[in-house]
Ligand binder design. Structure first.
Ligand code: HEM
Length: 446
């Protein structure tokens, strides 16, 4: 800021924008996130007040405001105190919840688990899990895509993250999957304490199951190098010799599984919906998939250009993480607005994806907008930000692309599906946006 620029205060909440006692306008957000964002933008501009959970925070909207928060030049915005409030203690010390120096150190180590060589090995290992997971799908006509994809990505995770269920029983893996889901579901818990028969109560027990499972296999993973992420985390080190402790391995494993799971499921399910509604795009993607063999290597998956356009468009229309959150650890300024220390900040990623300043007909499915001759995503560095930005930008974005496209590659080769053109997914936005009706599609085997 130059000396002549004046610092403004956060706009005052307009009458009627306080919402309900304590919860504030959280329900308005859940009902229609983009509608909520539009109201904020039109009433207050890029930095707006938002009363929720008993306090007034701010919403940062538009790519400039989002960029300023995510770039975090003066290290004012912290992740841990913000995300910790939402996901509870069940993902403690996962990478996304670490901040500043400590985050930097852990990210440098974790980066070693996502090198091109490792991604190539994960891709190869995914195909058998995908094939196995889809076996039961044959002949299913009225098909609930979302829950089936959720199970599939869990099965893939069992192989890629844990190294397969070979040394465990199916029953034990089911127990682990249930424990994991209990931890994920805690985010939407109302009672936020270890009370029996509540989401949090189940999550506390779930976290214990996950920890004891991982600790049980940890010595074997430390002793043998295999291609699964669990083993990789036990062995990676930076050029300076920094490595993860046993506790770090357990914490990162639990967080990584969470970060990878719902996000990839939502993306795949959104792609299925739009491809079902746009048969010409489905056919175009199928032709590219059929040009490859049944178990393509990483570079081949990366050559699926139409599928890549569709994935980008699906991520734009339904960002699996539509809002990122931060809390200020000191006073800062955001586009000329003074933000006091200890302020909750919501970064409205999904709104940037729907702004007419950056996208033509933003509500329309038009994957070609990402093609080289249009590149609408280049209209602003942060116009398209489904993976976030700055130091916390998704570390698994390439992994996600490979997993999602590997699933779609097989589906396109073996199945055809349709979705009514008028279908609008009824989304539950209380945590990550998922279709409440399970995203029904009409699926037939080719
Ligand atoms: C389409 C799928 C995915 C989407 C849309 C997505 C989105 C995001 C976003 C928006 C963030 C930034 C959060 C923030 O700044 O507060 C993030 C962080 C992260 N994601 Fe992903 N993610 C996806 C898949 C994955 C996968 C597959 C993995 C792991 C294999 C993963 C691991 C992580 C981790 C560890 C972080 C924290 C990074 C850090 O704090 O340095 N994500 N993701």
């Amino acid at each position: 800021m130059t000396a002549t620029e004046t610092l403004r205060e956060i706009p005052r909440l307009a009458p009627g924008d306080r919402g309900l006692p304590w919860v504030g306008r959280l329900l308005d957000y859940s009902r229609d996130p983009v509608g909520f964002y539009r109201h904020q933008w039109e009433t207050y501009g890029p930095v707006s007040p938002f009363f929720r959970a008993g306090e007034t925070g701010v919403v940062a909207l538009g790519p400039d405001a989002c960029e300023a928060v995510l770039r975090n030049k003066d290290k004012a915005y912290a992740n841990g105190p913000a995300w910790g409030q939402i996901v509870g203690p069940f993902f403690d010390r996962g990478l996304m919840l670490l901040d500043f120096e400590e985050h930097h150190t852990h990210r440098r180590i974790l980066q070693e688990a996502f090198t091109r060589d490792r991604l190539a090995a994960y891709t190869t290992a995914m195909h058998p899990a995908i094939e196995q997971g889809m076996r039961g799908w044959a002949g299913a006509q009225a098909f609930q895509a979302y829950p089936r994809l959720k199970q599939l990505t869990l099965d893939i995770a069992a192989d890629i993250f844990m190294g397969g269920a070979a040394e465990t029983s199916r029953a034990e893996m089911d127990r682990v999957n249930k424990a994991f889901i209990a931890c994920v579901q805690a985010a939407a818990g109302v009672v936020r304490a270890d009370v029996p028969f509540t989401r949090w109560g189940r999550a506390f027990r779930g976290r214990k199951v996950l920890e004891s499972f991982l600790r049980h296999y940890l010595p074997a993973k430390r002793a043998n190098r295999t291609d699964d992420i669990f083993s990789v985390l036990c062995h990676i080190e930076t050029d300076d010799g920094e490595r993860f402790s046993d506790d770090d391995v357990v914490n990162h494993m639990i967080f990584l599984m969470m970060a990878a799971h719902d996000t990839s499921t939502i993306t795949t399910s959104t792609m299925l919906q739009y491809l079902g509604q746009h048969p010409q795009w489905q056919q175009r993607c199928r032709e590219e998939a059929l040009d490859l063999g049944p178990a393509p290597a990483m570079a081949e998956i990366e050559s699926l250009t139409s599928l890549d356009l569709v994935m980008k468009e699906a991520l734009r229309l339904r960002a699996p993480v539509p809002a990122l959150i931060r809390r200020t650890v000191k006073e800062t300024r955001l586009l000329g607005v003074r933000i006091p220390a200890d302020t909750a900040v919501m970064v409205g990623v999904q709104f940037s994806h729907m702004m007419e300043d950056y996208w033509t007909n933003p509500t329309v499915f038009d994957p070609e907008r990402f093609a080289p001759h249009r590149r609408e995503d280049k209209s602003h560095r942060m116009a398209w930000e489904p993976f976030g930005g700055g130091v916390h930008k998704c570390i698994g974005l390439h992994f996600a692309g490979l997993e999602v496209k590997s699933i779609l590659h097989r589906l396109l080769r073996d199945y055809r599906w349709s979705v009514s053109p008028g279908y609008r997914a009824p989304l539950d936005n209380s945590s990550l946006p998922f279709p409440k009706d399970g995203n029904p599609i009409h699926l037939t085997r080719i």
